[in-house]
Design a protein around this ligand. Sequence first.
Ligand SMILES: C[S@@+](CC[C@H](N)C(=O)[O-])C[C@H]1O[C@@H](n2cnc3c(N)ncnc32)[C@H](O)[C@@H]1O
Length: 267
Amino acid sequence: MIQPVIKWSGSKRTQSEKIKSLFPESFETYFEPFIGGGAMLYAINPPKSICGDICIPLIRLWREIRDNPTNLAEAYRVRWNKLQQEGYVAYYEIRNSFNRDKSPYDLMFLSRTCVNGLIRFNEKGEFNNSFHHSRQGINPDRLAKIINDWSLRVKNTEFMAKDYMITTESAKSGDVVYLDPPYFHTKGRYFGTIDFDRFLGYLEDLNYRGVKYLLSFDGKRGNENLTVKLPRELYKRHLLIPSGNSTFKKVIDKKNEKVLESLYLNY
Ligand SMILES: C[S@@+](CC[C@H](N)C(=O)[O-])C[C@H]1O[C@@H](n2cnc3c(N)ncnc32)[C@H](O)[C@@H]1O
């Protein structure tokens, strides 16, 4: 399975190969306007892509991975060494530094040393997850390899810190858009929230423009049915994809539940 460079809640890591097998055989530009940790982008490995997210620090980190992999890996090493020497105090110093300056280098370090690797911000945009006391953080040599690997993958990707509609504005017939919006029922859990009606209007517009889309949308978890109905005229196929276990559920209840996720395709 893909080694994530940015750990992100709601990652499509466990489903990426299955979803990839459902992609059109050929297409021009790949768009992913809810990029998060970018699991699908990695799996698809398109020659040309435009990706975005509303979360500005996340996009700044993606740009560093693409443009400055060596500096990013080195910055992690420096911070990691400080942590080994000074303990958790170093973590909180670096967290304060991130909340002041929003450096992607600090964010990379925090994401690899915070509780369960969950990047989490409060309403003020401050990183608020705590230090993971029982772990030391990934070894800098290992992380450097992962960063380099991803850097090569995203060399031709344009990253936009924008709303999904703007990121995909230039999509046209022959292009493909993979959509993984925050779940409508988990309002507030991810960065940003999505207005359902606006999103439906957007799907209608993609259909009108002849843009192919794949949409990961709702889910069934254990006995809970979390399905949000998508109007029938907006898509051609609806599939249920096993997604392994939900990280959120695991963290919250310490028990595993089988999760199925919906995938809608308009072709
Ligand atoms: C479910 S996550 C995507 C996870 C991703 N597929 C992965 O594998 O890691 C949803 C993403 O949508 C972003 N988001 C929320 N509202 C948005 C908006 N209006 N425009 C663009 N991105 C948005 C969130 O910041 C979050 O990264």
